[in-house]
Design a protein around this ligand. Structure first.
Ligand code: PNS
Length: 145
């Protein structure tokens, strides 16, 4: 069985995340959505709240699991016998950070490959942090999450 992990902070999960998750589930037998704290980002929802939000909007996808990752992702991948990490790539601005993470994850676990899925144009601009900002200013976020 080929298992992939879609890791992220998902604070909160957006339609852009869901697009990447759905596409990953067509490529792998099982996709684990790994919800983690990103120490560089100020958290809004608890990890449990993030898991519940993802659960609510993925009930129609049979081959996924949702889990909290509170260790190194490379170690978690070993534990669950995942062969791949799947991440979305929106713009060139994402690249530097993802490039570093990919190199380090590979260094920590040579059995894991990282794959990038390009976000479709309608979600290229979307991020959890911008959704949080719009919500904090009472903007309508229905079309994004
Ligand atoms: O959605 P994000 O904030 O871009 O996701 C970042 C995340 C959660 C994937 C990253 O912070 C991560 O992998 N955290 C797990 C801990 C870890 O392995 N850190 C070192 C990576 S080299």
């Amino acid at each position: 069985m080929r298992i992939a992990i879609c890791p992220g902070s998902f604070d909160p999960v957006t339609k852009g995340h869901l697009d990447i998750i759905r596409r990953a589930t067509t490529l792998f037998d099982k996709v684990i959505i790994g919800v983690s704290v990103n120490p560089n980002k100020k958290g809004c929802f608890t990890l449990e709240e993030r898991v519940n939000l993802i659960k609510k909007c993925t009930t129609d996808i049979p081959n996924i699991e949702i889990d909290i990752v509170d260790t190194l992702l490379a170690e978690y991948a070993k534990k669950v016998k995942a062969c791949a990490i799947v991440k979305g790539l929106r713009a060139v601005t994402d690249f530097e950070y993802e490039f570093q993470m990919t190199a380090l994850n590979y260094q920590l676990n040579k059995n894991i490959e990282t794959f990038f899925v390009m976000s479709p144009p309608q979600y290229m601009y979307l991020s959890s942090s911008i959704v949080r900002e719009i919500a904090s200013l009472q903007g309508d976020i229905d079309q994004f999450v």
